[in-house]
Design a protein around this ligand. Structure first.
Ligand code: GTP
Ligand code: MG
Length: 197
């Protein structure tokens, strides 16, 4: 898919304030600092469209970006940042659950996972939540440029093996780098296919 236009639309905390659910949308979620915003920028070829930071916790709101005037990418705040208070975490959970379960135009949730790490409980638990809520999701293993592909593939296999305890079908999986652009075409082609279904 060729990205002709990508524009910021709005940032929100309330589902009721989001753009009308008339266009297909794809949410990017995962641990703080896993590289959600960076990957979005790479996918749409616009450095700085989604705000990134070396410090975790940069993205705090539900951010909508309109792509080719036809569909939305949604950048979400990350989970699992150790320094966040219990109250903030509960607030995050409530508002993310609200968004994910009530957004009827949501086509797929991309769960981003740091490809350098062995399976993390928090990511597995999040996938289980999505399963319980009946939401379709795919896995994106990020930061592939930081280590060998062999190592990333090992972590992907371990994660899928762990997920197989809960899910009969393995989710679609991508390996990406926001630096080199690895996996970018695969993710965009996947979205293109879903949009055409
Ligand atoms: P929050 O908004 O805080 O939840 O974080 P995020 O998941 O949006 O992460 P963000 O895109 O802000 O990236 C966090 C850090 O990781 C930044 O310093 C990025 O430059 C770096 N980073 C993200 N993706 C990659 C990647 O694929 N390769 C490398 N080498 N660095 C990356
Ligand atoms: Mg972010």
């Amino acid at each position: 898919m060729i990205i002709k236009t990508a524009t910021f639309v709005c940032s929100n905390t309330k589902v009721s304030a989001l753009p009308p659910p008339k266009l297909p949308e794809y949410a990017f979620i995962g641990r703080s600092n896993v590289g959600k915003s960076s990957l979005i920028n790479k996918l749409v070829n616009q450095h700085g469209l989604a705000k990134t930071s070396q410090r975790p916790g940069k993205t705090q709101l539900i951010n909508h970006f309109l792509i080719n005037e036809k569909w939305y990418i949604v950048d979400l705040p990350g989970y699992g940042y150790a320094k966040v208070s219990k109250t903030s975490r509960e607030k995050w959970e409530k508002f993310i659950r609200n968004y994910l379960t009530k957004r009827e135009s949501l086509q797929c949730v991309f769960v981003l996972i740091d490809g350098r790490l062995e399976p993390q409980k928090i990511d597995l638990e999040f996938c289980c939540w999505l399963g319980e809520w009946g939401l379709p999701f795919s896995l994106i293993f990020t930061k592939a440029d930081k280590q060998s592909l062999t190592k990333t593939n090992q972590n992907v296999s371990l994660f899928k093996k762990a997920l197989a305890e809960w899910f009969e079908e393995a989710p679609t999986t991508f390996i990406t780098s926001a630096d080199s652009g690895l996996g970018k075409d695969e993710v965009l082609n996947f979205i293109d296919h879903v949009n055409q279904d």
